[in-house]
Design a protein around this ligand. Structure first.
Ligand SMILES: Nc1ncnc2c1ncn2[C@@H]1O[C@H](COP(=O)(O)OP(=O)(O)OP(=O)(O)O)[C@@H](O)[C@H]1O
Length: 245
């Protein structure tokens, strides 16, 4: 594993069993994601994108294979270790924002800091700083329903970076936004990647959103179909990087 590796999957397999049926959602997937990149994860509906994101974030277990995230074998962590690891290392951003409606923007961003040893006033300071980074300092006391969708997503991004994780996992973060709000969110993610060095893995169906990423990873039927660097022609960068064959 290189020093630059953020995610390394080897023969990663996820099988769901429903009744008598077996669904192989990830099929011996081999994948390497370097630290410091902004990766768009693409592929047809049902190709396993969300499943992969959930495994990387420790929200679900693999059926078999190995998954190393920033040097940690996620499968070896117990329940409470996993919760702490997730809190320290991974920020999640979802399509539907997932903010708590009765809490203000500031309180939402402070939530993940509850798992850190910081005092309440330090938590508040750090949450304020995260809101400043997403240009939402003037909406700290607003509740989610008093914000536009784009503003809600920026608060959700502030919540994702509040504990200063190295890795941001985003599942269709612009799926519910109009083009302008989507672009603002994508520009913000670009800033987090370029200026704060966050590694970002973003599921998206939107080719325009994927253009913001430095690399595109395409899944098909639970396998790697293509890896493409920005600017490279389709397939050109994939030689030697395809897994599972
Ligand atoms: N908990 C589950 N139990 C059974 N099947 C599941 C479960 N979660 C996902 N699946 C199935 O696994 C397959 C892959 O789902 P996944 O959400 O990873 O795909 P996706 O590529 O993210 O799709 P989309 O682009 O539509 O969001 C789908 O056929 C889905 O129905």
């Amino acid at each position: 594993m290189s020093d630059q590796s953020m995610i390394q999957a080897r023969k990663l397999t996820k099988v769901y069993k429903r009744g008598g049926e077996t669904l192989r959602v990830l099929d011996e997937l081999d994948l390497d994601i370097d630290a410091g990149g902004f990766f768009a994860l693409m592929g047809p509906s049902g190709s396993g994108k969300t499943t992969l994101l959930n495994l990387i974030g420790g929200l679900d277990d693999a059926t078999s294979g190995q998954l190393i995230v920033d040097g940690t074998d996620v499968a070896e962590l117990t329940g409470s270790e996993l919760a702490q690891w997730r809190s320290d290392n991974v920020g999640f951003v979802f399509q539907g924002f997932n903010l708590i409606p009765v809490l203000t923007a500031l309180e939402n961003v402070m939530l993940p800091l509850g798992l850190t040893p910081l005092s309440k006033s330090e938590q508040r300071k750090q949450a304020e700083y995260a809101l400043e980074l997403v240009s939402m300092s003037d909406r700290m006391k607003h509740r989610p329903r008093q914000l536009s969708g784009g503003q809600e997503q920026r608060v959700a991004i502030a919540r994702a970076i509040a504990t200063d994780p190295k890795l941001i996992l985003a599942d269709e973060p612009t799926g519910d936004l109009d083009r302008d709000s989507a672009n603002a969110v994508l520009e913000l993610m670009t800033k987090l990647n370029q200026e704060l060095g966050k590694t970002i893995l973003m599921v998206t169906h939107d080719p325009l959103a994927a253009e913001f990423a430095t690399n595109q990873i395409h899944l098909d039927k639970g396998r790697l179909a293509e890896v493409r660097e920005r600017g490279a022609k389709s397939g050109a960068a994939a030689a030697g990087q395809l897994g599972g064959e």
